[in-house]
Ligand binder design. Structure first.
Ligand SMILES: O=C(O)CCC(=O)C(=O)O
Ligand SMILES: [Fe+2]
Length: 345
């Protein structure tokens, strides 16, 4: 396997190999000029505020962001800035290891604990994406000894996951409340007691000589209930909003949150998963770190009774085990909402 990083470092390439040329359709969805799309910003300190009025307002805003965008930014959270920076520098150091050192994690299967690779599914992708990745199943079982290099990175990941798990839990409780349900409704559906599943994807997008021709990650939605995403200072993420691409320029020290397919399934389409993609640039390496928070692998997620009315709003999706859904996504091309479409009734 040749990584994009190795390709870039192997010499001065002026144009990208043909297998990376991503054909954009002629009726390409337009990208909105910046000031026209103000993405929702949720102040986490208000969501957890002791002031009932402030909390109620934050929960209402959260519900609106989930309904209208399926995407929002979180500010004033409790995850230390240094920990987020250490995640970025640890990730960079991992990808900077010699290719032979990373090979230990190459060619692994979807449910192997740690997997290093390139594109999305390099054995099946017709077009390669300009992205290398490190994927780690960080919960419920994360073996700190499984990732020995770079030194100390495992411990940083472990602490980061502990902190972001709390953040995700608070968001899921807020989303449950915003849906008029008991606070722990979604967490119960995740089988929280037996340890919900968390898959972390660390994405590395090296500088690309032809950024308009290549694609970091094509339009897709994420599996799981929500994904928490952070990045280094380089932008590239776009989300689909009202038929337009919106470029996301997050505030420093913030998190981005996507609604995933399992939230859409559970709420029978009330909260829709958001289509997003990652563009590349020709200036510097972009790193993003996304963690999908889903139920336990054996949980079957289906539309919950609270969102189903057999006369007016019957179930829109058939129930499927989280494990099988991930497998379904992995074994097909990453393409918009095509995975969710496979279980649509
Ligand atoms: O790099 C990004 O901003 C998005 C990454 C992403 O969508 C993913 O890992 O699923
Ligand atoms: Fe994604």
């Amino acid at each position: 396997m040749s990584s994009v990083k190795q390709l870039v470092e192997s010499g001065c390439i002026a144009s990208i190999p043909s297998k990376y040329v991503f054909t954009r359709s002629l009726d390409e969805t337009p990208t909105l000029p910046q000031p026209e799309a103000i993405i929702p910003v949720i102040d986490f300190s208000l969501l957890t505020s002791g002031n009932a009025e402030q909390r109620t307002k934050a929960i209402k805003d959260l519900g609106k962001a989930c309904r209208e965008w399926g995407f929002f930014m979180i500010i004033n959270h409790n995850v230390p800035e240094k920990l987020m920076k250490d995640m970025i520098s640890g990730s960079q150091s991992f990808f900077d290891l010699r290719e032979e050192e990373k090979q230990e994690y190459a060619g692994k299967a979807l449910f192997d604990p740690i997997r290093w690779g390139t594109s999305f599914n390099a054995t099946a992708d017709e077009t390669f994406f300009w992205r290398d990745y490190l994927k780690i199943h960080v919960h419920p079982h994360f073996n700190v000894n499984a990732l020995t290099k770079p030194a100390g990175f495992s411990e940083v990941i472990q602490e980061y996951c502990k902190q972001t798990r709390e953040l995700a839990g608070e968001l899921l409780r807020g989303i449950s409340k915003s849906l008029g349900l008991e606070e722990i409704y979604i967490e119960k559906k995740m089988n929280k007691e037996s340890g919900p599943h968390e898959l972390m994807a660390i994405n590395l997008y090296p500088p690309c000589p032809q950024p308009d021709v290549a694609m970091g990650l094509p339009p897709h939605t994420d599996h799981g209930f929500i994904t928490l995403l952070m990045q280094n200072e380089l932008c590239g993420l776009q989300v689909l909003y009202n038929g337009n691409w919106v470029s996301i320029n997050p505030f420093p020290n913030s998190f981005l949150v996507n609604i995933g397919d399992h939230m859409e399934i559970l709420t029978n389409g009330k909260h829709k998963s958001v289509v997003h993609r990652a563009l590349v640039n020709n200036k510097a390496t972009r790193i993003s770190i996304g963690t999908a928070h889903g139920p336990t692998l054996d949980t079957v997620v289906s539309p919950a009774p609270e969102f189903v009315d057999y006369k007016t709003h019957p179930p829109l999706y058939r129930g499927i085990k989280y494990r099988d859904y991930m497998q379904l996504q992995q074994s097909n091309q990453l393409n918009g909402k095509s995975c969710l479409d496979r279980i649509r009734i």
